[in-house]
Design a protein around this ligand. Structure first.
Ligand code: XUL
Length: 459
């Protein structure tokens, strides 16, 4: 634990992710995490039989026991307290959760769930519901809610529940996202869904910042009355922490701000909440996200728009063929990462004389493209490894640039994730986007985002 200055304002950020919970104490003036505690569902709460944070999969169904999320939150707070961190120094609480997971309540206090297991973002069992939403609303879903009908999104999931279990749906008084549920649990009263996470439901009229009554009613009768209100103004919607949390050493009554989704929270945790800076996370998939001033959607129909919890909007585009595709090319060429990240780039010219290649090993979503393997505009078999590597990297980045042009231009791009170590990739991003590129370390970016949002309630 770091030393905490006398007058320092400490806020707590709680990140409830798929695999566990992290609680970080953030000192805004020092710009540093001063203490943290973590819980892993598989290791720490084995009684829930969810080694990876969800119950054994049944086909395309992925669900988790919501009691595990509550117990995980409390255990993380207990661990932070037991680490010796002075919990009474926490001045406000914020947080985030995995997006799209839904929690179904008969009552919040006492806590009674009307659905024993909650669908999470990995569930893709709502093909029929998405088809019905598409048939009814068509492109209006994309242009008004920010995304086309998507299987993991909360709206199709709620629709399926209401159809399959009408009696349990009728008993349900409130349907929360996991984010708004956790904030409600902390305050003991219904907290709003923030427009950052709420945009992952297919139910929110994002431009107007309210539920779309027509889509809600089509998804499930009486749905909008079962949803909490939504808000795009996090600081203004803070509510006092319930006295129940005094047992963890937290001061009752300190402000708790609405929680958001992990992606919107990461935008804030990467200090990229203002337009002009984008973040590219180079992981299994490559993800591009950035703040946006005005609400507008991807004319190509691939990117998402969410509310930006710091105000305004944000966009997110996911490119499925990211690091896994790069690794496959590297393995097929029989070279090591040093060769892939540096040697190949030192041996070739920027722009590669126009030679580009696109690795479609997985079915691509941005743009939609079948898994057909490498597609190159030059004689792939006859070319040396160096040329192939630059062609693949520049091909991926050029595709990303084209597919994110609708969002705007960026003077600065922050890159994170394993592949951000590659000088070749960083230079290709700088060249193709015409931006300054910096690799950033974003351990706990979502939790830090939650804590930074909590700090806004103290201003
Ligand atoms: C975003 C999504 C995932 C989850 C992971 O749409 O489904 O990134 O938020 O926690």
């Amino acid at each position: 634990m770091m030393t905490i200055g006398e007058g320092a304002k400490i806020t707590l950020g709680v990140d409830s992710s798929t695999q566990g919970v992290k609680a970080v104490a953030w000192d805004a003036a020092a710009g540093a995490v001063v203490a943290s505690a973590a819980v892993n569902y598989g290791r720490d709460l084995p009684g829930y039989g969810s080694p990876d944070g969800f119950l054994p999969a049944e086909g395309s169904v992925r669900r988790a026991d919501p009691r595990m999320w509550v117990e995980g939150l409390e255990l993380a707070l207990a661990r932070l307290r037991d680490s010796g961190f002075p919990m009474d120094r926490v001045a406000a609480v914020g947080g985030d959760a995995q997006q799209h997971a839904t929690v179904y309540l008969e009552s919040l206090d006492p806590l009674v769930f009307s659905r024993a297991t909650s669908p999470i973002w990995m569930d893709s069992s709502t093909k029929d519901e998405c088809a019905a939403l598409d048939a009814k609303f068509g492109s209006r879903l994309q242009t008004e809610t920010g995304s086309p009908a998507i299987e993991r999104f909360a709206g199709p999931q709620i629709m399926k529940f209401a159809r399959e279990e009408p009696a349990a749906y009728a008993r349900t008084r409130r349907i929360h996202l996991l984010s708004s549920f956790l904030a409600s649990y902390l305050t003991g009263s219904d907290m709003p869904v923030d427009t950052g996470d709420g945009a992952g439901m297919n139910l929110l009229d994002l431009g107007r910042g309210c539920w779309d009554e027509e889509i809600c009613e089509f998804a499930a009768p009486g749905l909008s009355a079962r949803l909490p209100r939504c808000t795009g103004r996090i600081a203004a919607a803070a509510a006092p922490l319930s006295a129940r949390f005094a047992k963890f050493g937290l001061k009752p009554g300190i402000p708790v701000v609405p929680f958001t989704g992990d992606n919107p929270a990461s935008l804030v945790g990467c200090f990229a909440e203002r337009p002009g800076t984008a973040v590219i996370s180079l992981g299994t998939s490559d993800v591009f996200f950035a703040a946006m001033e005005k609400f507008h959607t991807d004319p190509g129909g691939c990117g998402h728009v969410f509310g930006n919890p710091a105000g305004g909007f944000m966009s997110l585009a996911c490119f499925k063929n990211g690091s896994l595709a790069r690794d496959r090319v590297r393995a097929e060429l029989g070279v090591d990462w040093k060769f892939f990240d540096e040697t190949a780039f030192a041996a070739t010219e920027r722009g590669n004389g126009g030679k580009r290649a696109f690795p479609y090993f997985e079915e691509e979503i941005t743009p939609k493209h079948a898994a057909t393997g490498i597609e190159a505009n030059f004689d792939w078999p006859a070319s040396p490894a160096e040329v192939k590597i630059r062609a693949v990297v520049e091909g991926q980045i050029a595709n990303m640039r084209e597919r994110t042009r609708w969002i705007g231009d960026f003077a600065e791009i922050k890159v994170t994730g394993g592949a951000s170590r590659s000088r070749g990739i960083r230079e290709a991003i700088a060249d193709i986007f015409g931006a300054k590129v910096a690799a950033i370390d974003v351990a706990d970016s979502a939790a830090v985002g939650g804590a930074r949002l909590a700090a806004a309630a103290l201003v």
